[in-house]
Write a protein that binds this ligand. Structure first.
Ligand code: KG4
Ligand code: ZN
Length: 326
């Protein structure tokens, strides 16, 4: 059960740069972390002494920000002499929807299933055999899905963060105004991979080339660019995912990460009535503490603890193979 879930957004501080500035991010984490933890405790009507264990994200992510959370959590655990658990960011995204799942215990009854993890830094299509055990079937060979939204939005000055802005603009746009290209990644090892750099280049540098029909009077509408881009971006993702469905024979897909909030992705997923898609509620799609705590609880329940020497790393060690979160 989620007792409190405080998300301190830094969006206004990064908006003027149209993207996350790592130095600002880690500085603000340092300035805010005590207050955020205090607020989380207050919302749950708890005192520091009531906490049984502390978790933090160790990887992947921006190193400076990860180190702030990790150091704080380790110090808290050490001071209170309680277990400390370091978790993987992407496994936490995969766990997010399970926090509010209301069926039989999902964590023991439903594996294996497919995971669709789509954030600003990662795009992962995987088979999940347990909460801490995924095998990566597909990933991006260049930009992450969220990154493509952010870059297109930045180029056209739509706003920041790009995904949410494009999602909103696209609602009043014509998604057939442009016929953007899809990557050609259907062979061998790349069957379930995605690529976004071609789409990004087409949208940013070759707009006229992919316009369907003449240029409208007054120039291209932002809404039409947004809708056409979003349609192709989601098609790229779903095409790779549906290949993973075919190859694996699995028909339950659990989504997570900021891009899982996308309304067009959700609508297209709902069209496949032969598949069971599970999306987290919107507030659990983007980065949040509840998903980290939820995943950590699984480790705690299975008797696992992290060493206080656990450190942060910016990247996951390897893609396209079995991925143990720790
Ligand atoms: O998981 P997240 O909060 O942070 C990372 O781990 O990166 O994901 C952030 C990403 C950003 O790229 C943002 O533009 C994207 O998620 N995003 C969306 C939407 N809301 C956030 N992308 C598409 N549609 C949305 N509605
Ligand atoms: Zn994330």
């Amino acid at each position: 059960m989620i007792l409190s879930n405080v998300v301190a957004t830094q969006i206004p501080f990064h908006a003027e740069y149209n993207g996350v500035v790592p130095e600002i991010a880690s500085r603000m984490h340092t300035e805010w972390i005590s207050r955020v933890v205090q607020e989380a405790l207050d919302n749950a009507s708890l005192r520091p002494g009531d906490v049984d264990a502390v978790a933090a994200t160790a990887h992947p992510g921006l190193l400076g920000s990860l180190l702030v959370g990790l150091s704080f959590a380790k110090a808290f655990a050490w001071a209170k002499n309680i277990p400390f658990i370091a978790v993987d960011h992407m496994l936490a995204h995969l766990y997010a929807s399970r926090l509010v799942y209301s069926g039989p215990d999902p964590s023991t009854t439903e594996y294996p299933f497919l995971g669709l993890l789509v954030s600003g830094g990662h795009t992962i299509i995987c088979r999940a055999d347990n909460f801490d055990d995924i095998t990566i079937l597909g990933t991006t060979i260049d930009d992450a899905a969220g990154e493509a939204f952010d870059k297109v939005s930045k180029h056209y000055g739509f706003g920041y963060p790009g995904g949410a802005v494009i999602d909103k603009l696209a609602k009043t746009g014509n998604s057939n105004s442009f016929n953007f290209p899809m990557p050609n990644l259907h062979k061998g090892d790349h069957r379930c991979d995605v690529s976004y750099s071609g789409l990004k280049t087409a949208v940013v540098n070759q707009l006229a080339q992919f316009r369907v029909g003449p240029e409208p009077e007054g120039g291209d509408r932002s809404e039409d660019i947004a809708a056409s881009f979003q349609k192709t971006a989601v098609e790229i993702l779903l095409r790779a995912l549906f290949r993973a469905v075919e190859d694996s024979g699995l028909s339950t897909i659990i989504a997570g990460g900021g891009v899982a909030a996308n309304s067009y992705l959700r609508a297209k997923a709902a069209e496949r009535q032969d598949l069971r898609f599970v999306f987290p509620p919107l507030e659990l799609c983007g980065d949040n503490g509840a998903m980290v705590a939820g995943l950590a609880y699984k480790y705690l329940a299975s008797g696992e603890r992290s060493d206080l020497r656990a450190t942060a790393s910016a990247r996951v060690r390897s893609f396209k193979r079995q991925y143990k979160g720790r």
